[in-house]
Design a protein around this ligand. Sequence first.
Ligand code: ADP
Ligand code: MG
Length: 667
Amino acid sequence: MGLKLLKTEEKIVAMLALDKLEDLLKVYPYRYDHNEVIAFEDWKLSDKVFFNGVLLNKPRVAYFNRRSSANFDIEYEGNIIHCRIYNRPWVNKLEVGANINIQGKYNGQNNVAVSNYSLTSLEDNLGLFPVYSLSAGISIQAYRKFVKKVYDQYHHEIIDDLPNNLKAKYKLLDLKTALKYIHFPNSLEEITLGRRTLKYREFLRFNLEAQLRIQDFKSHNKVPKEFDQAKLEALINNLDFALTTDQRSALDQLLGDLNSTKIMNRLLQGDVGSGKTIVAALLIYANYLSGSQSAFMAPTELLAIQQEEYLKGVFKGLDVNVASLYSAKDQKAKQAILNALASGEIDVIVGTHSLFQDDTVFLDLGLVVIDEQQRFGVNQRSQLFAKGIKVDRLLMSATPIPRTMASVLFADMDISTIREKPAYRKEIKTKLIKENSMKPILNEIINHLKNGEQIYVVTPAIEDDEEVNVASVEQIYKSLNIVFNQIEKLDVKVASLHGKQDSDLKNQIMQDFASGHYDVLVATTVIEVGIDNPNANIIVIYDANYFGLSQLHQLRGRVGRSNKQAYAYLLSKTKDPDALAKLEFIESHTDGFEISEYDLQVRGPGDVIGIRQSGIPNFILGDLEKDKAMMEIAKTDAIEIIRVLDNPDYHDIMESVRIKNNIEGVE
Ligand code: ADP
Ligand code: MG
């Protein structure tokens, strides 16, 4: 690294895990502060405001836990503005009478929640300022200076890899200018232009990667896997239930892949509760019959344990050796499993991240199933694929992705879809309760409990917090105990579950809940994915407006897994019209496809939480809904580039895509 770095700059490099300093320029601002002076009379509630005034009194700092808040007043155009700033206790050193620039949010009645302040001149603070996401202890000012320093040092070396013909065709900027406009804009127009170029480049690279993968899969044939179909059908006939038509046709597609010379690269999507696991289990059995090992990857230990039990249940009486691997297992047990895996004694391994660690070695890994695929990074997945040769891959996802979008996003994959749910299931009844308390539904809940039903209660937080006033596991756990057992004099066993507990405890609590030892489980979103306990038929979600749409849908999917009527109660006293619309939508819709389509429309895939939840690739700038047309064009361009590869104009971009895109486990 060529530059001499300050301490904070070293911190930034570590925070972003930068390999090369120039990579800092690829970290884009997520928004801009547009500092303009607006007269106080024109401030509206929740407006972002910027002003400059005189400090009237010494800031008063108050501490709570390890946080602090400070209050002070500023005179601005003859008005007294009450300012509050969090976690900057050193503001008490500011001198009364000082001239200060303040940036913040207007909370009404002359109150401003300050996000930033500075003592430099007003002129220096006016204009457009990029905002980046930073971790604590790094100031935005220092960060911006660092970006400038890196740009000044390296901008000559930036390789403009966009092909000239495309740049001319779409009137795109060269990469250097685009980066300059994004990081140091002089106008809103520059930002728009810079983003347009970078967005196209991002889409083009995405599509080039997908096209390269398609080529790679095509050029590597495998030996078709043979298996005894009669044995498989016998197992299917032995299940407690009949497969739905969708499950059967998905299974047939998967078996077709297994038995073909093409390496399987398939996404199985199906709404929560649609029964994907059994389809995967049957595929695993076919793979076992063909003589190779299978790996089933789950995102959490709770799920790994659950899926291990599930597979053991399905394969009961058969000679399939199923084991599991996750970090909480003790070292000796782990070693024994690793040995048995390497010797081929284990046929099916279920596990978490432990599966793709270096010391996990297979004798002959032939199939990888990844449950809740959106929870894993691309690199993690390919590390696992690389543990075998020409491994068949099945990715499963509970977020149905609208077809048009799926054909772009998963261009390199085949897709199977389970649409219908098992027939006996009743639709979950969802009710929005416009209060953040169980009071209005207490009688209903008590009746459910008296009928011996089990209940999930979900809260956004683990513990109480002075800053964010939302229901916490701790607080609801206490109050439900009091309400049910002391006031109502029932005998209700309440348990609590959250991410801070160690995994043995979590597993124990889940098992005890599944076995009926507890009636009520108060939990955070740790129960969000995959948990399957058909005895729990009621879910109550506190502060429901804090959760994303698909998250609410996933949470609700924890119930309604038996033939009993299930209920979801969404508690929220939000007045925000957008949040209410969201909750009302989920109240009146149960189909996961409709929900994800609505979600994409309202929030757009650009929403960070939405992306994490839905498993849609995270584009930094592009918005898959709004920029659909650009994405389609980029796909066409990518296909063309791959077709006429030897055009020297395409050399640079292919070089950079290839470096990033080494597909493992195919050869
Ligand atoms: P998901 O698709 O959300 O992963 P699961 O695979 O966990 O769903 O299935 C939910 C429940 O439905 C499981 O208990 C499973 O055994 C059951 N199930 C799956 N398929 C059927 C079916 N065809 N008929 C009845 N129950 C089924
Ligand atoms: Mg599942």
